[in-house]
Design a binder for this molecule. Structure first.
Ligand code: ATP
Ligand code: MG
Length: 218
């Protein structure tokens, strides 16, 4: 059984996350996508809604998709949320399962700043998803991508197949082109702050939740 692990702050979850998860599942033929919101993100501190709110918004957003599951393991854990710890826990719980850690190019490039990055890249294979503003070719600058890894020139424009590159750790990164959706949680929060509409950027139920709980208004 193959499962996609989709970690993030999800502050709040939006259609960029949801559509990407759907496309990854379909492309890689995964049985499940497991969304894992971080409890206390190690690298972000300001403007973060309480973990219970981010969890609840995800619950609302994932409802009705039988392939999408939600995990509260990072939210329940005390202290900072480290991906390495999460993957260790998942491996112990489900030793037979094959995991792909899903993340955007921006997040992949940021891995050197994560906790124990060398260990992380040796622990799992990755599904790296395209994101407007970031190119797969830029991944050649990552210290975790093997020198000389072949990243096709046209990959950022028109390639529909799954390209696999080797990481220095021996693990693989699958490069997946998504329908480009230039939505970010930051831009959603900014719009709320400025009293602008966030309609069609995230599920209506999530929008209602944000309004009811007066989230992201200073
Ligand atoms: P923020 O602006 O607060 O950082 P975000 O929109 O980047 O929020 P995160 O929770 O940080 O959302 O992202 C979780 C994961 O989803 C990351 O790996 C990120 O690269 C990916 N991701 C987020 N939005 C998109 C998008 N529109 N297209 C593709 N990937 C995305
Ligand atoms: Mg982000």
């Amino acid at each position: 059984m193959s499962v996609g692990i989709f970690g993030g702050t999800f502050n709040p979850v939006h259609f960029g996350h949801l559509r990407a998860a759907e496309e990854v599942r379909e492309k890689l033929n995964l049985e499940k996508i497991l969304f894992i919101p971080s409890g206390t993100p190690p690298l972000k501190t300001e403007g973060i809604a309480a973990a219970r709110h981010r969890l609840e918004m995800l619950r609302i957003a994932l409802r009705g998709n039988p392939f999408f599951d939600l995990s509260d393991i990072e939210c329940r854990r005390r202290g900072k949320s480290f991906t390495v710890r999460t993957l260790e826990t998942l491996r112990t719980l489900y030793p037979e399962m094959r995991f792909y850690f899903i993340l955007g190019i921006d997040a992949f490039l940021d891995i050197p700043n994560w906790w124990q990055p060398d260990l992380l890249v040796a622990m799992t294979d990755f599904a790296v998803i395209s994101r407007p503003g970031f190119s797969f070719r830029s991944m050649r600058e990552s210290p975790y991508v093997r020198g000389g890894a072949r990243i096709p020139k046209d990959i950022d424009e028109s390639n529909d197949e799954v390209n696999v590159i080797r990481l220095r750790s021996g693990r693989s990164a699958l490069l997946l082109r998504m329908t480009p959706l230039g939505i970010s949680s930051t831009s959603v929060r900014r719009s709320i702050e400025q009293g602008k509409s966030i309609k069609y950027l995230l599920p209506p139920g999530v929008q209602s939740y944000i309004i009811t709980h007066k989230l992201y208004k200073s």
